[in-house]
Design a protein around this ligand. Structure first.
Ligand code: NDP
Length: 280
C-alpha cells in the first residue's frame, strides 16, 4: 500500500538488516561525475546507493555521503566483488579495497557480481563473504545474476543462504520463476535495470496507466516493482528524473493494472546471460 508520507519503506534482509526498498544505481555514471550526481540523489532523499568495483566510481559514492552532510549510518551502501576477484583471498582483498575507496568501515550489502560458472570459484568467494561478515566488515551478504543452480549450490556447500539476489528484472523480463524460488528460499529479489534502461517507457500500456494516475511512465514501472516486493535501484543523471523516481509512494496500481504490466513480459534479456558471462 502507498503511504501518506511518501517515505521509502524498508524490507528486512536475513539477520534483520533493514534495506530501503528503493535506492540509487550508479552504473555508467562516469567516476568524475559520481560524487556530484550521488550527492544530488542523497539531497533528494535517497538513502541507498548501489555501486560496484567494476563501475570504477566507489570513491565518488563515499565522497557524496560527506558532501550531503550525512552520517555513514544514514546511508545503505551496496558494492560488488567482480569476476577477476573471485577466490577466498582475492575477494577478501577486493572488499578491503572497496572499503578504502568508499572511505567507510563496513558495507551494508556485498554481492558476488556474477557467478562466472566457467571459473568455478563462486563457492570459495562465498566462504570469504561469510567470514568477512562475521568480522563485521559487511552487514548482509548476497549475490547478483545467480541462477537457481548457483543459489542451490552455495546453500548446499556452505549452509548459508544469500540475503539478496540482484538480477535483471523489468516489465519485458519479469523472472517470475526465479522470484518464486527466491520467495521459497527467503532471498530478497533486487531488480537491476528496473526501467529496462528506458525501453519500456513508451509502451502504450505503461503510458496509459501513467496518464490515469497523473504520474510518469518511469514512476509507474517503479511502482510495479515496489508492489511486487522487489528492491529497485533506478539510475539517472537527470535532476528531475532523480527526484521523480523517488516519488512513487503516494499512489497504488490496481490488480488490473498490475496484470496489464505482467502481460508485457517478453522473456528476453537486455543484459548478458549469467551462465556464460565471463568478462574479467
Ligand atoms: P535503468 O533501468 O535504471 O535505466 C537507466 C536509464 O533510464 C538511463 O538512461 C536514464 O537516463 C533513464 N531514466 C531514468 N529514470 C527515468 C525516468 N523517470 N524517465 C525516463 N528515463 C529515465 O538501468 P541501469 O542499467 O542503469 O540499472 C540501474 C542500476 O542497476 C545500475 O545503475 C546499477 O546500480 C544496477 N545494475 C546492476 C547490474 C548487475 O549486474 N548487478 C547490471 C546493470 C545495472 P538519464 O540517466 O539520462 O536520466
Amino acid at each position: 500500500m502507498s503511504n501518506q508520507t511518501g517515505e521509502v519503506p524498508t524490507l528486512s534482509l536475513r539477520g534483520d538488516v533493514p534495506i530501503p526498498q528503493l535506492g540509487f544505481g550508479v552504473f555508467q555514471i562516469p567516476p568524475e561525475d559520481t560524487a556530484e550526481v550521488a550527492t544530488r540523489a542523497l539531497l533528494a532523499g535517497y538513502r541507498h546507493i548501489d555501486t560496484a568495483t567494476a563501475y570504477g566510481n566507489e570513491a565518488g559514492v563515499g565522497q557524496a555521503i560527506h558532501a550531503a552532510g550525512l552520517d555513514r549510518d544514514e546511508v545503505f551502501i551496496t558494492t560488488k566483488c567482480f569476476n577477476d576477484d573471485h577466490g577466498y583471498d582475492q575477494a577478501t582483498r577486493a572488499l578491503k579495497t572497496s572499503l578504502d575507496l568508499l572511505e567507510i568501515a563496513h558495507v551494508d550489502l556485498y554481492l558476488i557480481h556474477w557467478p562466472v560458472p566457467s571459473q568455478d570459484r563462486y563457492v570459495e568467494t562465498w566462504k570469504a563473504f561469510i567470514d568477512l561478515q562475521a568480522e563485521g566488515l559487511i552487514r548482509a551478504i548476497g549475490v547478483s545474476n545467480f541462477q537457481p543452480a548457483h543459489l542451490e549450490r552455495l546453500i548446499e556447500e556452505t549452509g548459508v543462504t544469500p540475503a539478496v539476489n540482484q538480477v535483471e528484472l523489468h516489465p519485458r523480463f519479469q523472472q517470475a520463476g526465479l522470484r518464486r524460488e527466491h520467495a521459497q528460499l527467503g532471498i530478497v529479489t533486487e531488480a537491476w535495470s528496473p526501467l529496462a534502461q528506458g525501453a519500456v517507457l513508451d509502451d502504450p500500456v505503461v503510458t496509459g496507466i501513467a496518464e490515469e494516475h497523473g504520474k510518469t511512465p518511469g514512476q509507474v514501472v517503479l511502482r510495479w516493482h515496489i508492489q511486487l516486493g522487489n528492491v529497485v535501484i533506478p539510475k539517472s543523471v537527470t535532476p528531475e528524473r532523480i527526484e521523480q523516481n523517488l516519488d512513487v509512494f503516494d499512489f497504488d496500481l490496481s490488480d488490473e493494472e498490475m496484470a496489464a504490466i505482467e502481460a508485457l513480459d517478453a522473456g528476453g534479456r537486455i543484459g548478458p546471460d549469467p551462465d556464460t558471462f565471463v568478462r574479467p
